[in-house]
Design a protein around this ligand. Structure first.
Ligand SMILES: NC(=O)c1ccc[n+]([C@@H]2O[C@H](COP(=O)([O-])OP(=O)(O)OC[C@H]3O[C@@H](n4cnc5c(N)ncnc54)[C@H](OP(=O)(O)O)[C@@H]3O)[C@@H](O)[C@H]2O)c1
Length: 279
């Protein structure tokens, strides 16, 4: 059974590979979570917006792994991050998950109508109320992150952001490291265009691995990076965590990072903040 190394970040110990669950609901989601646990995953990522927290909770139960061994993350949707709303959202998530506490509670996206100081205070209060062991943010730019860290009176442990070989996140990565936090890569596989990339194919061939495993190894071989690939396919769920028994050379790491391109960003909803430019 594969076992991920852990990333230490401001008091949190986060398994470097987690199962993403966006777009999986019902029995598909429940099965994927239970299967991931059987393959060695100890980190599951969900959100109120994914409409699958009850299924994730059922999968956790079916997986039968002791609760304290699994790192469970959920997120509060950006429309619910004002004081009061945030706590209510987190409480409702816990109810659906069937848990008394999540390991990590994230603000899913910033909301320009709610000052960072207010949403951060609400997030810290949720931690102090015992709803979450750790707290963090998602889709924060360098400026928003600096502001949130300055406003927080509890440690923030991660900024969950889009990251894959086609998107340079050097500036954000430096800021996150400066704050002692982890960076959690979402959309880590970057879609099928990336997985067909000839550079990845040649590195995959050299290691006798799949392109997806090369991409995930590139993530977790960087200090402070956690990746949360999503799959509902049993074989892929297993392959996606089998990335801790080989290593990429410095040259291979650099060749993969060099695939970044200005138009590499894929997740661009209308309510996104103004993104940082590449370093
Ligand atoms: N914070 C945020 O705003 C935010 C935004 C987006 C995502 N997320 C989180 O990040 C997670 C991952 O991101 P994502 O789901 O957008 O993208 P992703 O994990 O990069 O890609 C998922 C896609 O890749 C396929 N896939 C998975 N493993 C594969 C493999 N080994 N070979 C080939 N294809 C493979 C999956 O298909 P099958 O399922 O059919 O196998 C699915 O279509 C989400 O599930 C969610 O938990 C967070």
């Amino acid at each position: 059974m594969a076992q991920a190394h852990r990333v230490e970040a401001n008091g949190a110990s986060i398994p470097a590979i987690g199962l993403g669950t966006f777009k999986m609901t019902g029995e598909t989601c429940e099965r994927a979570v239970a299967q991931a646990l059987a393959c060695g995953y100890r980190h599951i990522d969900t959100a109120r917006m994914y409409d699958n927290e009850a299924a994730v909770g059922a999968g956790l139960k079916a997986g039968g792994v002791p609760r304290e061994e699994v790192f469970v993350t959920t997120k509060v949707w950006w429309e619910d991050i004002a004081p009061g709303d945030l706590e209510r959202s987190a409480e409702a998530s816990l109810k659906r998950l069937g848990l008394s506490q999540v390991d990590l509670l994230l603000i899913h996206w910033p909301n320009a109508a709610v000052p960072v100081a207010r949403s951060t205070a609400a997030l810290c209060a949720a931690k102090r109320a015992g709803l979450a062991r750790h707290i963090g943010v998602s889709n924060y730019t360098v400026a928003l992150l600096d502001e949130a860290v300055g406003a927080a009176n509890e440690p923030l442990v991660t900024n969950q952001v889009e990251y894959h070989p086609y998107l340079d996140q050097s500036r954000l990565k430096s800021a996150i490291r400066r704050h002692g936090m982890a960076m959690t890569s979402y959309r880590p596989l970057g879609g099928s265009d990336i997985l067909d990339d000839p550079t990845l194919a040649s590195i995959a061939e050299a290691h006798g691995r799949q392109a997806s495993q090369i991409v995930l190894r590139w993530h977790v071989q960087q200090p402070g990076i956690v990746a949360i690939p999503k799959s509902g396919t049993p074989e892929r769920i297993r392959h996606n965590i089998e990335v801790f028994d080989f290593a990429l050379t410095d040259d291979e790491m650099a060749r993969i990072s060099a695939l970044a391109r200005p138009e590499g960003r894929m997740v661009k909803p209308s309510f996104a903040p103004r993104w940082d430019e590449a370093a």
